[in-house]
Design a protein around this ligand. Structure first.
Ligand code: ZN
Length: 120
């Protein structure tokens, strides 16, 4: 990700963390709604943050869970320095595209080819 400045990387990281927090928050709300819980009581939610997050990520399903996994994956790639490179063709993904869709793992051209199969 040499084509990204430290400031750009920081901005994307903040966006990802923010998005992740919102997803977790909506997961918490889902879990507090009695119609969504499969266990007794809400004490489970008082655990340490990390465990709570793991628990929530495990509990929530569908689109939100997939998105959280994508966010985690993107954050992991930022940490390892491989973020912003197309996983399909190895091209550098422009900052503007990354900013618009921080979880993307492919350049625009490769994503276009794949779009019909997976719509995120
Ligand atoms: Zn590509």
């Amino acid at each position: 990700m040499k084509h990204l400045t430290q400031e750009q990387v920081d901005e994307i990281r903040r966006t990802l963390l923010d998005q992740r927090e919102k997803l977790l928050e909506s997961a918490r709300e889902q879990i507090r709604d009695p119609s969504n819980v499969a266990f007794e009581g809400g004490d489970e939610i008082d655990r340490a943050d990390l465990e709570e997050e793991r628990y929530l990520t495990f509990r929530i399903k569908g689109r939100e869970a997939r998105l959280i996994h994508k966010i985690d994956y993107a954050l992991m790639k930022i940490e390892s320095g491989t973020y912003g490179v197309c996983e399909n063709c190895g091209a550098q993904i422009p900052f503007e595209r990354l900013r618009a869709r921080p979880v993307t793992t492919m350049c625009f051209e490769c994503k276009e080819l794949e779009e019909e199969q997976e719509n995120d």
